[in-house]
Design a protein around this ligand. Structure first.
Ligand SMILES: *[C@@H]1O[C@H](CO)[C@@H](O)[C@H](O)[C@H]1NC(C)=O
Ligand SMILES: *[C@@H]1O[C@H](CO)[C@@H](O)[C@H](O)[C@H]1NC(C)=O
Ligand SMILES: *[C@@H]1O[C@H](CO)[C@@H](O)[C@H](O)[C@H]1NC(C)=O
Ligand SMILES: *[C@H]1O[C@@H](CO)[C@H](O)[C@@H](O)[C@@H]1NC(C)=O
Length: 347
């Protein structure tokens, strides 16, 4: 009897231990959901740091950057999870920065106060009719590989130089990567301000006055204001005759221009930092703050019209450094103001 009793007692103890154990496991799972999410995010941040070669100066900086990274990743994931979208957001090399920080150094399009409206000029493509349904200058050897402006507000130089590369390739048959650094370091006589911003017509004006521009190989980009190297400045490899503006606020006119050569355009870029792919049709204003290059246009299989734009945020961003943006939106200004201030060099 005593023997059986002992056995029952052991069994009871055993059950108590199992039940307590299970409930503890359940309880700890519940309590730690947030924590394990955080741990997961810490791991993702570490992996991201390795992928993009990011090093922080101390633990405080790392913790601060981690919190921004986490917030951005959570936003990106909730945006992508939210049903039918024509574009996707993604994690990229900018994900540990706030949009205020990014605005400060990436958006270097600054039209000077005086003469703030773009000048009216002749428009050589006014009577080009009809124009093709779609154009992609990348397939015609008129666009160099995507570049990276780095921590420098020199988008305006990349936009302008990209347009010069385009017209130079179209007229000579030679695609040559040209020097943004020359424009950043040498176009400093009052119009443009290097890494602190500038505008594309200012760059065209400089290139024209200088008698041309040298190559990327001769005068490589290093994302600093630098001091103008006159030896390289005068080793011209591509010339322009002048530049013109596309008549403002009319996407049909902009199509005519893009059908004929890559065009420098200004946009408001604040909504684009986490863009990954698709046709961007999100909320966007008209405070032009970024210079980019329109290299084509087309229509998706679902009938959405878009522009193809080359950015200067490296190839990790967007569709290999490019983005597509909805074309033909009501007011004529174009989404993000793409039709407000478009210009191109002539050759
Ligand atoms: C970057 O290039 C400019 C212009 O050539 C030069 O003055 C400057 O010293 C360079 N900076 C670095 C960090 O290489
Ligand atoms: C836009 O330009 C086209 C010519 O390319 C013209 O037919 C049309 O009327 C213009 N639209 C507006 C709103 O000015
Ligand atoms: C076209 O629509 C289909 C179905 O709605 C969708 O799955 C597909 O992603 C769309 N394609 C493009 C290029 O937008
Ligand atoms: C530009 O300056 C000349 C003369 O000082 C140097 O010989 C070059 O090396 C320099 N070029 C660049 C790209 O720095």
């Amino acid at each position: 009897m005593a023997f059986t009793g002992q056995k029952q007692y052991n069994l009871a103890i055993f059950f108590v231990i199992v039940v307590v154990g299970i409930s503890q496991v359940v309880l700890s799972r519940k309590l730690n959901d947030d924590e394990s999410n955080n741990l997961d995010m810490v791991g993702r941040h570490e992996q991201w740091m390795v992928k993009y070669g990011r090093v922080y100066k101390d633990d405080e900086e790392k913790q601060k950057r981690f919190l921004i990274f986490k917030k951005n990743v959570e936003y990106i994931e909730s945006f992508n999870a939210g049903g039918d979208k024509s574009y996707k957001l993604g994690i990229n090399h900018l994900t540990d920065k706030t949009s205020e920080e990014l605005k400060a150094y990436l958006n270097g399009f600054k039209r000077p106060q005086r003469g703030s409206t773009p000048p009216t000029t002749t428009f050589k493509y006014a009577n080009v009719d009809p124009i093709p349904e779609s154009v992609d200058w990348r397939n015609k050897g008129a666009v160099t590989p995507v570049k990276d402006q780095g921590d420098c507000g020199s988008c305006w130089a990349f936009s302008a130089v990209g347009a010069v590369e385009g017209i130079h390739a179209i007229t000579t048959g030679h695609l040559v990567s040209l020097s943004e650094q020359q424009v950043v370091s040498c176009d400093t006589h009052g119009r443009d301000m290097g890494c602190s911003g500038g505008f594309m017509e200012g760059a065209f004006q400089y290139i024209w006055e200088n008698g041309g521009i040298t190559s990327e190989a001769n005068y490589p980009y290093n994302a600093t204001d630098g001091v103008c190297n006159v030896t390289e400045e005068t080793s011209v490899v591509a010339e322009i005759r002048g530049y013109e503006m596309v008549p403002a606020n009319n996407e049909t006119q902009l199509m005519k221009a893009v059908a004929n050569q890559p065009i420098a355009v200004a946009i408001e870029a604040d909504s684009l930092f986490s863009y990954e792919s698709g046709v961007f049709d999100g909320k966007c204003g008209y405070q032009l703050d970024h210079g980019v290059l329109a290299v084509g246009y087309g229509t998706t299989e679902n009938g959405t019209d878009y522009w193809i734009i080359k950015n200067s945020w490296g190839t990790n961003w967007g569709e290999g450094g490019y983005f597509r943006m909805k074309r033909g939106i009501g007011a004529g200004l174009g989404l993000c103001g793409i039709a407000m201030d478009a210009s191109y060099p002539t050759a």
